[in-house]
Design a protein. Structure first.
Length: 372
């Protein structure tokens, strides 16, 4: 291994994208010019719908996909024109490919061997990684003799064994069952604490995003909708897109109209106090709606009536679906709260839990509601 590679391997690195864009032709702009800075040692989770450009973004950082414009700086060096192997990144692919003729041990040890590491150290490193990934019993097998989940873990092992300064993961846990996924999530968090590599992790799984990320980057058609901590993304979504993307079920979004003193739902019921006029979108999370059997409310709450459509009991809590002002709202109630099967529900909407968005752009309007 050369001195430059040694140096980039040694420490976590800042990754700075300036005006980075990807276009296949004039009509197919997958990533419009993007500016973003991923701090050294930070764990970034990239979330977004299928086809929004997550893999493309990762592959441009890794050097597997050329940028159409802009610069990528990793650890102070411009890398957008460098070969992948000179960028100091290790990547676990969405469709990982293992060397089929090599054993699990050799697959994991390959990069160490190429770098000229002594055999004893290789054995020690591979052993530690295999132990962490639950692969000790499979080191002698070929990839063809493994399950999908085991192969995925070998791919992760191959990337992390070099302890790189930058780790790029493209849905690395998608083939695992729920239990293994949970265990791997805990292991990855622990690994990150230990080696502290700057990590970019693509997933569809909100729980992974919320639990692993220092910051979540939400992509919509190649553009950054919001890049912030899990808490901020959850409690202060910057747009309707983000609000509807996070949470299970996601935030309810209701069209409302302001008359200068109150916001009314489509059926005329008052949902909030606000000195606003015109059309808006009002958001409230399912767990923030309080269900009452009588129309009483505390200060700062507005009560609206709605018609119960159906309920799902999930053990720990129930999800109610009710019709309100021409929309269906979802309400999460703790299990055991008595909801009579009468179809009329009284919904208390605490003002401090309401989110307001522009009707046309969908962008959040912070501070517009008095209690916010
Ligand atoms: N060679 C290509 N020519 C034109 N368009 C392409 C090409 N390769 C990818 N795309 C488009 O680029 C967009 C982004 O693809 P990408 O693989 O980055 O999405 P993704 O967010 O990773 O999606 P998924 O969650 O399904 O993996 C897609 O709309 C895809 O169709
Ligand atoms: Mg992808």
């Amino acid at each position: 291994m050369n001195a430059i590679d040694m140096a980039i391997r040694a420490a976590a690195a800042n990754i700075t994208l300036s005006g980075v864009t990807k276009a296949y032709d004039a009509e197919t702009v997958v990533i419009p010019p993007m500016d973003v800075e991923l701090r050294a040692g930070e764990f970034t989770v990239v979330l977004g719908p299928s086809g929004c450009g997550k893999s493309t973004l990762l592959q441009m950082i890794a050097g597997l996909e050329r940028v159409s414009g802009g610069t990528i700086v990793i650890g102070g060096r411009q890398v957008q024109d460098l070969e992948p192997k000179h960028r100091g990144c290790a990547m676990v692919f969405q469709n990982y490919a293992l060397y089929p003729h090599m054993s699990v041990f050799d697959n994991i040890a390959y990069s160490l061997k190429v770098s000229g590491m002594a055999k004893a150290e290789r054995i020690e490193r591979v052993g530690a990684v295999a132990k962490m990934l639950g692969l000790l019993d499979f080191l002698g097998r070929k990839p063809g003799q493994l399950s999908g989940g085991q192969r995925q873990r070998v791919a992760i092992g191959r990337a992390i064994v070099r302890e790189p300064g930058v780790l790029l993961f493209d849905e690395p846990l998608s083939n695992l069952d729920a239990q293994l996924r949970h265990d791997m999530r805990v292991e990855l968090a622990d690994l990150h604490r230990r080696i502290g590599a700057t990590t970019v992790f693509v997933t569809h799984d909100q729980v992974e995003a919320m639990t692993l990320a220092d910051r979540i980057l939400i992509l919509n058609k190649g553009r950054i909708e919001q890049f912030d901590t899990p808490k901020a993304i959850y409690h202060h979504p910057a747009s309707v897109f983000v609000a509807k993307f996070i949470g299970a079920p996601p935030m309810n979004i209701l069209p409302v109209t302001g008359d200068g003193s109150v916001l009314r739902l489509a059926d005329g019921q008052v949902a909030a106090q606000a000195r606003l006029t015109g059309a808006y979108q009002l958001g409230i999370r399912p767990e923030d709606i309080l269900v009452g059997s009588k129309p009483d409310s505390k200060a700062g709450e507005h009560v609206v009536t709605s018609a119960l459509r159906f309920r799902e009991d999930l053990g720990s809590h129930s999800i109610l679906a009710a019709e309100l002002g021409g929309s269906v709202v979802r309400i999460a109630t703790p299990f055991g709260v008595e909801i009579s099967d009468r179809s009329q529900l009284f919904l208390n909407l605490p003002a401090s839990r309401l989110h307001l968005f522009d009707a046309a752009s969908g962008r959040a309007i912070p501070g517009a509601l008095s209690a916010n």
